[in-house]
Design a protein around this ligand. Structure first.
Ligand code: GPK
Length: 819
């Protein structure tokens, strides 16, 4: 498969040489951190030739290229993944052994590239892995945040956010590309000039500008010599303290420009599924979009003379609405800089741009106040106004008197610029991220758009890369699978279906259980080292790891733990399978109730873990700083995957897929991609409970849910809720969890109560949990079901997702690279 031969001897010399060059030390004297750097540079040397060859090939074939525009790329660590994808794990492990180092320890020295919040950013990273591994030309385009997502410390049970200074030791894999720097303009005003032929020219004046400089990061394909590029933009001041500015008395402007450059890429906004509406965020968006579009157009023009044919060679995928300014920015470039007519420009733009929606949560929809938008991006705003004017005209033409349609679909309305509407109008494709989610978009959230332009709408169910989340994250299981069925699954996950043949085999079940046990031991060690908690590897590992959000209902999980604990207090001999409830979650820094939920989980953990009377039957662990690198350990060790969002609210979910791939069974609602997981694995191999999406929506529409009825009629639930406000878990401050109590019941009649139906689904959830308990006792059944989960995970590879994007949206040209 791979063209090159890995040369161990040379690699070893290079590592030692790098340590010497970088640190003036011998390899014996080097610290693990230094060895990491030395190894990373040596790996980069292998990659770099493939990287050059790949781009030469793309040029030669003049291949159509994807620009995946995303504010977030949650890449995790690079070294281990790169070693896997150049297929040199065994050799490099041996080299390091010979040098007296453990590859795992060396990998642990690298910071995660946490340039994302959660699912949306990780999806982008999985797509890049699949695109490179399948040999398709693609750039990831994003921001080189100086600080990625905060690191989480738990202090006294509370989340504390620590800045993530991930670049402090430098990044051995990145390459600065000064030669592609671009100028980005903000603010000022637009002057209109009419030329002799009567054509208007729009000139932005009195603006502030920053210089965008791209850094390239290699995205290594699996064993195919292909190396794609993640291009992340840094901001620099434009000729600092330029004398002209001083001369004109514009000292302040010069200083402001410097500040703008400094602040714009400073930090990733830590919100997930929530729009904050900060001016700096819009600046970030336009900054990386203008830079990326300029680069794409520039690259095209280097080879082609007719920009009208841009759609033949270039496609932009908008990862959520965050990059939507790409639409008016490309219009601006074509009209103002390339002399296109409006119609010609619009024809090009609407053939180049495609939009992915990731959520139906209303608070996640971006809407910018006109005042802010037009002040920051005056020319872009003019263009958006014109797009809107023409679009509204069209709506009125198709729906005479349809003012309700104008209201719901206008791009500018009520003093705001609605980015989702702009994204739909300016794109040729609009997709959701799971079948159910796409149906909800069509039937509800984007209903009027669907009615007017149904051809744009399509579904692309998410996926994950099996190379990181099985091959890298779970070596034992990966080797076992390969031993049973061969290694085709690595590049063609549906092959893993062959494992089903072994699911009923007693010996195989034994082997599988043993692997799970080893992985649990690895996680137990991690938890002991990082949390200081002792966990019984023989207990059932019940895992909920994802962003902390009310709709994901970590609260339902912990309320249920409180309920179980009550049962155990009443009857310490209660017959139950010992369980470890494992949580991992970051909460947005400003999301009060989410942060309080973390405190609640930790407070419950404190009480339960220190109560000998329950004989260790339940333990609760909150894993600090959940991130891509420790996620790999957690997935490998999980028995049960908690996917318990309020039905209709989770776009897709992807931890559900990663856990399934690692042999965990799902307990979940019929939401997001859970629906499709159950379709693949069979309802009998999962634990499905609770309200359906339709029931949730009907209940909201009819407004006929009153959680107080449940509180009044169900004494077990009432007891749990009272424990939120009677000091059971906060003796020093009984009021501590009052806000959670109120969110469930609310007493002040104006607020909604239990918006996410925790109490309404509680009994069904409990029942499902007892089915889990019962099922887990039957070791053979559980092992068989777990193996069947692995065997039926084939659909959920991001290779499949990307294949569908390519066939139905991107139409990229495949490229072969030989060295
Ligand atoms: C959706 F809207 C958003 C967002 O701001 N951040 C984010 O991570 C997630 N998402 C969805 O919540 C998940 O259901 C989905 O699997 C993921 O995006 C990828 O599509």
């Amino acid at each position: 498969m791979s063209g090159y031969q890995f040369n161990k001897k040379q690699f070893k010399q290079e590592v030692a040489g790098n340590v010497k060059k970088l640190y003036r030390r011998t390899i014996e004297e080097a610290s693990p951190k230094q060895v990491f750097q030395a190894v990373a540079y040596a790996v980069k040397d292998v990659i770099i030739d493939e990287w050059i060859a790949t781009h030469r090939e793309y040029e030669k074939q003049d291949a159509k290229t994807l620009y995946y525009l995303s504010m977030e790329f949650l890449m995790g660590r690079a070294l281990g993944n790169n070693i896997i994808n150049i297929r040199a794990v065994k050799e490099i492990r041996e080299v390091l052994d010979e040098l007296g180092f453990d590859l795992n320890v060396i990998e642990d020295q690298e910071s995660d590239y946490a340039l994302g919040n959660g699912g949306l950013g990780r999806l982008a990273a999985c797509f890049l892995d699949s695109l490179a591994s399948m040999g398709y030309p693609a750039y990831g385009c994003g921001i080189r945040y100086k600080y990625g997502l905060f690191k989480q410390k738990i202090e006294n049970g509370y989340q504390v956010e620590i800045p993530d200074n991930w670049l402090k030791d430098g990044n051995p894999f990145e390459v600065r590309r000064e030669e592609y720097a671009a100028l980005i303009k903000f603010g000022g005003n637009v002057r209109v000039e009419c030329d002799s032929s009567g054509r208007n020219h729009f000139i932005q004046e009195n603006y502030q500008s920053v210089r965008a400089v791209p850094y390239d990061l290699p995205v290594v394909g699996y064993g195919n010599n292909v190396v794609n590029t993640l291009m992340v933009w840094d901001a620099e001041p434009v000729d600092t303290f330029n004398l002209d500015a001083f001369d004109k008395g514009e000292y302040n402007n010069a200083v402001e420009q410097e500040n703008l450059a400094k602040t714009i890429v400073e930090v990733l906004y830590p919100n997930d599924n929530h729009y904050a509406g900060k001016e700096l965020r819009l600046k970030q968006q336009y900054f990386f979009i203008s830079a990326s579009i300029q680069r794409a157009v520039g690259k095209y023009k280097a080879k082609h003379s007719d920009l009208h044919k841009l759609p033949d060679k270039v496609v932009f995928q908008l990862n959520d609405t965050h990059p939507t300014v790409a639409i008016p920015e490309l219009m601006r470039i074509l009209i103002d800089e390339e002399g296109f007519s409006w119609d010609d420009a619009w024809a090009v733009v609407t053939k180049c741009c495609a939009y992915t929606n990731h959520t139906v949560m209303a608070e996640a929809l971006e809407k910018w106040p006109i005042e802010l938008f037009s002040r920051l991006l005056p020319r872009i705003y003019q263009i958006v106004e014109e797009i809107n004017r023409r679009f509204v005209e069209e709506v009125r033409r198709i729906y005479p008197g349809g003012e309700d349609k104008v209201r719901s679909m206008s791009i500018i309305y009520d003093g705001q610029v609605k980015m989702a509407n702009l994204a739909v109008v300016g794109s040729f494709s609009v997709n959701g991220v799971a079948a159910l989610h796409t149906e909800i978009l069509k039937k509800r959230v984007l209903k009027d758009f669907y009615g007017m332009m149904p051809w744009k709408f399509n579904n692309k169910t998410n996926g994950i890369t099996q190379r990181r989340f099985l091959l890298h994250g779970n070596e034992l299981l990966a080797d076992w699978v390969t031993g049973k069925i061969g290694d085709e699954w690595i590049t063609d996950l549906p092959y893993i279906k062959k494992l089903a043949l072994f699911a009923g085999d007693e010996k195989c079940q034994q082997e599988f259980r043993n692997i799970k046990y080893q992985n649990k031991l690895r996680l137990v060690r991690y938890i002991k080292e990082n949390n200081g908690i002792d966990v019984d590897p023989r207990s059932l590992f019940d895992v909920q790891v994802k962003r902390l959000h009310e709709y994901k209902r970590q609260l339902l999980n912990i309320l249920h733990v409180m309920y179980l604990y009550n049962m155990l207090k009443d009857d310490p001999d209660m017959d139950m399978v010992p369980r470890t409830f494992i949580f991992g979650a970051k909460a947005a820094a400003g999301y009060r109730i989410a942060k309080l939920t973390i405190k609640l989980i930790n407070s419950v953990a404190d009480v339960i873990n220190n109560d000998p009377s329950i004989k260790g039957k339940i333990k609760v662990v909150f894993i600090e700083d959940y991130r891509v690198s420790n996620a790999e350990l957690i997935y490998a060790a999980a028995d049960l995957s908690e996917q318990i969002s309020t039905a209709s609210r989770e776009g897709s979910g992807t931890s559900n897929m990663k856990l399934m791939l690692n042999g965990a069974l799902t307990i979940g609602t019929m939401d997001g991609a859970n629906v499709e997981i159950v379709e693949e694995v069979g309802r009998e191999n999962a634990f499905i409970f609770g309200m359906s999406a339709d029931e949730v929506i009907a209940c909201e529409t009819n407004n006929d849910y009153n959680p107080m009825d449940i509180f009044n009629n169900d004494q077990d639930i009432r007891r749990v809720l009272m424990q939120l406000i009677n000091g059971s878990y906060a003796p020093e401050n009984p009021e501590l969890f009052r806000d959670i109590y109120n969110s469930l019941l609310n007493t002040r009649s104006t607020d909604k109560a239990d918006t996410y139906f925790n109490l309404k689904d509680f009994r069904a959830y409990d029942e499902a949990q007892w089915q889990v308990d019962k099922a887990y006792r039957d070791e053979a059944w559980w092992a068989e079901a777990a193996i069947l989960n692995v065997a039926n995970s084939g659909k959920f590879s991001s290779d499949r997702t990307v294949r569908q994007y390519i066939d139905e949206i991107w139409h990229l040209d495949k490229v072969e690279v030989s060295l």
